[in-house]
Each structure stands twice: as C-alpha cells, then as structure tokens.
Design a protein around this ligand. Structure first.
Ligand code: ZN
Length: 326
C-alpha cells in the first residue's frame, strides 16, 4: 500500500507539474486540426495562462465560433505604437495511423522529444510569447510600448475568417500597432532567426502545342516531346537548387523552389487514354517560391527562354500570388 500511495502521489504531482514544458504539452493536447479545429478549449487555456501572469484578455467573435484571442500587456507609454505578436490556433490535419505517437497526446519521449501535430506550426510560438513575458514580468520588467498577443483561427485555410477580418476590424485599429512579429521557422538551437520578408509564391503553367500524329511515327516538335524537354530542364534547375540545401549551404527558404503539381495531356478514351495517338497539346503546372533575394525578372527570363520557349511552340502563364514583401 505505501508503495502504491507513493506512485499515486508521484503521478498526481507529476501530472499537475507547472513548468514551461508541461504548459506547452497541455497546449499541444487540444485537437486544433482542420476540418474541425477545437478553438474554445485552447482559448480558455490561454486565458488562464494570461490571468496567471497578469495579462489582460479579450475574445473577439468576428466570425461566429471562430474567435480571435487578444492578450495585452500595457506599456509605460501607451501613446506610442504598440508591438503585436501573432500566432495561429489551428493546425493542418494529422493521420494518426501514420504517426509513431498519437498526434494530440504530446508524448514526451525519454530523449526529450515531444510529438504533436502543430508543435512547430505554430503552437511553440504561441507558448514562447507567454513564457518570455512570464520571465520578463518575474524580473520586474515593464515595457515602454504596450505589447499585444493575438491568437487567430483558420490560418491554415487562408485566414479569411481569422487574420483577414481581424486586421480590418475597429478593435485592430485601436491597438495602434507599429510592429508585428508572426510565425517563422522553428529553430533546433538557441538562436531564433527573424525574417522581415516572405517568399513570393508563383503558379506556373507551361503548355506545348504541336501537330498530332500517329503513335507509331517519330517526328519532331510534337507537343508531348516539347513538354518533356521543358520538364527535363526544369527538373535540372530544381536539382541545382535542392543540392544547395542538401549540402547545408542554404535553408529551404533561401533558394528558388520549383515543384511539379500537375500534368495534363493525352486523348481520353472510355478505358483511359487513346494509346496510339500523339496529342496536339500538353500542359504542366509548377509551384514556384522565390526568396526576396532573387530577382524575379531573371526567373521570368529563364521561363521565357528555357522553360516555355516560343521556339518549341510553347506558351506559359505565371500566376503571381503575392508580391515579394521586403
Ligand atoms: Zn503556421
């Protein structure tokens, strides 16, 4: 009995442990994955954390059942522009059967690793803000500027009911924000890299046209042949960028990434595709990401001259999904 009592005591103390790691794991245990993220419970948890370190909190229901949580640490000069730290509440879906540990158990392994969906993207940031403030407050620090932390919903599905509504709200305007820090890349060391620009996402469609022909004939300038030549050239470029990452000379975000996303060609038949005709059109789509350090005109020239050249009867379309922000 005494031994059992000891264990019960040990585990109950252990489960109520209040350390940064324990608090982080508790936050990870809320299932915030799409398509049905739980927003209410993590928000009550964050509010209780905010209360415990003396931050003000308010919940904005800009969209029903998609709350934005706002925490505030008043500065000594509230007339100055404030500082806003943002993070999102939601996570991408997880397939539990493909995980070594349940995605919302926040299992801590003996080697110190914590397994949870959303741990890096971006629940660690959410908790780091609070832990940093907790430490600063314990040292008696009072910020000059007011500091706000926002926890927004729906970032992983475009943020239309989250950030997009928040930044156009009267409540946001009242914050008088002068500087915002948002999520970035998780760090494996003690340093925290801050980025002030984001990669520019492009969609690229290249299309080849050429005379159709019988499947038995070899001739030049077929649409499929020309498209495949471009795919080869693009694949070489992709490898040249990926090699730099593999050699440890750059981060993923510092090279031009290009990845094929679709191929469209062939003449459909009831059983699949006509197998003895070379089609007159073939198309491929790519996802490109340009770091702010890359000149977009150089990539455009490369696309025009090598990836979708008119001399191979090709056309292309670049869909610029956002400007390079620098
Ligand atoms: Zn994220």
């Amino acid at each position: 009995m005494p031994i059992l009592f000891f264990f019960l005591l040990f585990f109950s103390v252990h489960s109520q442990e209040d350390t940064p790691i324990a608090r982080f794991r508790r936050y990870l245990q809320f299932n915030t994955a799409h398509p049905n993220p739980n927003y209410a419970d993590p928000i009550s948890f964050l509010v209780s954390q905010a209360n415990s370190i003396g931050l003000q909190s308010q919940t904005l229901e800009l969209t029903p059942s998609k709350p934005v949580l706002l925490l505030t640490w008043p500065g000594s000069n509230p007339s100055l522009h404030s500082v806003l730290f943002n993070s999102h509440l939601d996570s991408v879906p997880a397939e539990p059967s493909k995980w070594s540990h349940p995605p919302f158990a926040a299992t801590l392994t003996p080697d110190g690793k914590i397994y949870a969906r959303g741990a890096q993207d971006d629940k660690c940031i959410a908790m780091q803000y609070l832990e940093a403030i907790r430490n600063l407050k314990a040292r008696g620090f009072i910020p000059l500027r007011t500091v706000h932390i926002s926890y927004v919903p729906d970032e992983e599905i475009g943020g239309f009911d989250g950030s997009a509504k928040f930044v156009t709200s009267r409540e946001f305007e009242d914050l008088n924000v002068g500087f915002v820090l948002d999520e970035g890349q998780a760090s494996t060391g003690d340093e925290f890299r801050v980025f002030y620009a984001d990669r520019s996402p492009w969609g690229l469609k290249i299309k080849a046209s050429g005379a159709p022909g019988h499947g038995s004939r070899m001739y030049d300038n077929g649409a499929m042949e020309n498209l495949m030549k471009s795919v080869e050239v693009i694949t070489k470029f992709r490898e040249s960028q990926f090699d730099v990452i593999k050699a440890g000379e750059a981060m993923n975000s510092e090279v031009v990434s290009v990845n094929p996303v679709y191929l469209k060609a062939g003449i459909p038949s009831p059983s699949g595709f006509v197998m003895n005709v070379q089609p007159s059109e073939a198309e491929a789509g790519f996802d490109l990401r340009l770091p702010p350090t890359v000149d977009p005109d150089l990539i455009k020239r490369r696309i025009a001259e090598e990836w979708g050249p008119a001399r191979r009867n090709m056309t292309y379309m670049i869909i610029e999904k956002g400007p390079i922000r620098d």
